[in-house]
Design a protein around this ligand. Structure first.
Ligand SMILES: [Zn+2]
Length: 174
């Protein structure tokens, strides 16, 4: 949530708050600065991971993994499936146990807090096309992954983990 200057309910000016939030001295409501949850997916196919290029600010033009913010009351797994369908036309299989990363970070230049959930997801089907917030996509191997400019380093980490897990299982490793 952003650091509000005015009460979203009664429009009174708020005193400078802390990271915990604000209490409106006019209407008495509290506004907490909780993180907004977002979910991202790393999908591996033929030894390469799917990386997207951001088509919108913040960090337009930099790489991330596909996904997006949760809707009101939406389960993270449902949100992830919906985002992949909307952004890329892809159907994925993913479950709660596939979540391998939870990273709180500041998003954009207005001080929004985001909790980024990273999942290992499996390709089910679809025909890839970039839409919505996605400008482009590409399949990359481990070497190329390290050369890309990522919007957030935790997305690279999730993508790297997906590739390494895939390599382990195809090598017959642990
Ligand atoms: Zn108020």
């Amino acid at each position: 949530m952003k650091p509000f200057r005015f009460c979203p309910a009664c429009a009174s000016e708020l005193e400078r708050g802390s990271d915990e939030g604000y209490r409106c001295s006019n209407c008495g409501r509290s506004w907490y600065r909780n993180s907004a949850p977002a979910a991202g997916a790393a999908i591996v196919k033929n030894g390469k991971v799917l990386v997207t290029e951001r088509g919108i600010e913040p960090k337009k033009g930099l790489c991330d993994i596909p996904g997006g913010f949760l809707g009101a009351g939406e389960h993270p797994v449902d949100a992830l499936k919906r985002e992949l369908r909307e952004e890329l036309g892809v159907e994925i299989e993913v479950d709660v146990g596939d979540c391998i990363s939870m990273v709180p970070h500041v998003y954009g230049d207005e001080g929004d807090y985001v909790l980024a959930l990273g999942f290992l997801a499996r390709w089910v089907g679809g025909e890839l096309r970039a839409a919505d917030d996605v400008a482009a996509f590409r399949w990359v191997d481990l070497d190329e992954l390290e050369t890309l400019d990522f919007a957030w380093e935790h997305d690279r980490t999730v993508a790297r983990t997906a590739l390494l897990r895939e390599k382990e299982s195809s090598d017959g490793g642990p």
